[in-house]
Design a protein around this ligand. Structure first.
Ligand code: FAD
Length: 397
């Protein structure tokens, strides 16, 4: 086969949104490399773990979300050579491209915490970060009547920075309603010095953790798990101490990084130890290879990795790629918009939306989103999923 006009690596939120927009703009000869036959709506996994959504409702067949007219190659990308403009695929074939969109998401590094890979999925350890475990989180929460529950947050960048704490609030609210909250010790472990990067929302979250009696360990990290003994090691980076805590439930969020093949490629940002792809933070174009764009979780951008960020990045990549195809300098700019729907109770949510400057940038300027709201919970549970499937993935929104 000859050189394809556009190759898109990854058919997740980012890859499908961009492919759909390019198709709408009339681009032909788009090839999508995606190994999985399943497309997931990951933002609902928090509610799956909290017993408020079914796992089934978060999945669709990959075939059903691929835009008409896009060629699907069901393989893994294994390597990219941006000088030769080729991608090596599993099975050995090479795909030659003129323009490349990098959107393979990120990698969950279960092995980066000793004991975690072995314990997760057993021994009362779960994680909403993988669909095979998220339903188990709810089983563990439901069964718990007393003891210690530990919720962790890795020290690396992660997708949806709020997810590690949201599940703690959903669990605590459930235990409160079951009248067992005072028999359960809840420990929330966070690497940052505050509960949230933007002070406006950090203050509200302080009230939320106090309301549930959650013990918050700031500047701390889970550094080992012993599933057989049900023990977790928590390292406090502020004073360099380690504590071994016995748990009855552990919700673990693994460290995260770029997929290994991306780390090893010339597209990785040399300034980033985790190997995320270099991209201009406004145009999303690769600084050395102007025919390459990156977005979504794989891109090294100084903002939180979320689907909401992808929604704002996809139109920028599509427009700038069209310019690049015409030999023009890209002009569309992404401002770092991201959003974190912080579920704080079984019927309440804080919608935190901000940009590169951590400046709040609300979609609904007339609504006070610094306080917990029921309408925002309804928005996340019932409005956002159809908006995702029918608006974002089709390139309409
Ligand atoms: P993904 O959607 O993960 O897609 C990556 C795709 O690349 C996948 O289809 C994968 O199969 C494919 N791929 C992998 N390796 C290869 C390869 N070698 N070759 C080709 N293809 C490959 N975001 C929000 O906005 N709000 C939320 O409330 C929210 N909550 C979340 C809660 C949880 C528990 C999790 C896990 C995530 C949450 N997110 C949330 C984050 C959001 O899901 C991601 O930021 C978003 O999916 C990123 O899109 P992406 O296309 O970059 O990656």
């Amino acid at each position: 086969a000859g050189r394809h006009r556009v190759a898109v690596i990854g058919g997740g939120s980012a890859g499908i949104s961009v492919a759909a927009r390019l198709r709408r703009a009339g681009v032909t000869d788009i090839t999508l490399v995606e190994p999985s036959d399943t497309h997931w709506y990951q933002p609902l996994w928090t509610l799956v773990g909290g017993g408020q959504a079914s796992l089934r409702s978060t999945r669709r067949s990959e075939a059903s979300v691929i835009p008409d007219g896009v060629r699907w190659i069901r393989r893994h990308a294994l390597a990219v050579d941006p000088d030769a403009r080729t991608v090596t695929l599993s099975g050995g074939d090479e795909l030659a491209y003129e323009h490349l969109v990098m959107a393979p998401g990120l990698q969950l590094d279960w092995d980066a915490v000793p004991g975690l890979a072995k314990a997760v999925g057993h021994d009362r350890v779960s994680s909403n970060y993988a669909p095979e475990y998220a339903p188990r989180t709810w089983d563990l929460i439901k069964r718990m009547r007393s003891g210690t529950a530990v919720f962790t947050h890795p020290a690396t960048p992660l997708k949806c920075g709020g997810a590690p704490q949201k599940i703690a609030y959903l669990a605590a609210d459930y235990w409160r309603k079951q009248k067992v909250l005072d028999r359960i010790r809840i420990i929330l472990v966070l690497p940052d010095p505050t509960l949230f990067k933007v002070p406006e929302w950090a203050r509200t979250l302080e009230q939320v953790t106090a309301r549930y009696g959650i013990e918050v360990r700031l500047r701390s990290e889970m550094t080992a798990v012993d599933g057989d003994r049900r023990e977790v090691v928590l390292t406090d980076h502020a004073n360099g101490t380690e504590e071994t805590v016995h748990y009855d439930l552990l919700h673990a969020v693994p460290p995260q990084s770029a997929p290994d093949w991306v780390k090893d490629s010339p597209l990785a940002d040399p300034a980033n130890p985790l190997g995320f792809v270099a991209a201009d933070k406004h145009t999303l174009q690769h600084p050395q290879y102007p025919n390459v764009f990156a977005l979504g979780d794989v891109a090294n951008l100084p903002t939180s990795k979320t689907g909401a960020a992808v929604r704002k990045q996809a139109p920028v990549v599509a427009a700038n790629l069209l310019d690049a195809m015409k030999g023009k300098t890209p002009t569309r700019r992404y401002d770092g918009y991201t959003s974190c729907p912080l579920v704080t109770a079984r019927d309440r949510m804080l919608l935190a939306e901000f940009d590169y400057d951590l400046k709040p940038s609300p979609t609904f300027p007339l609504i006070n989103t610094f306080k917990e709201r029921r309408d925002m919970w309804v928005f996340k549970r019932y409005v956002l999923p159809p908006v995702y499937w029918h608006g974002m993935l089709t390139g309409r929104l």
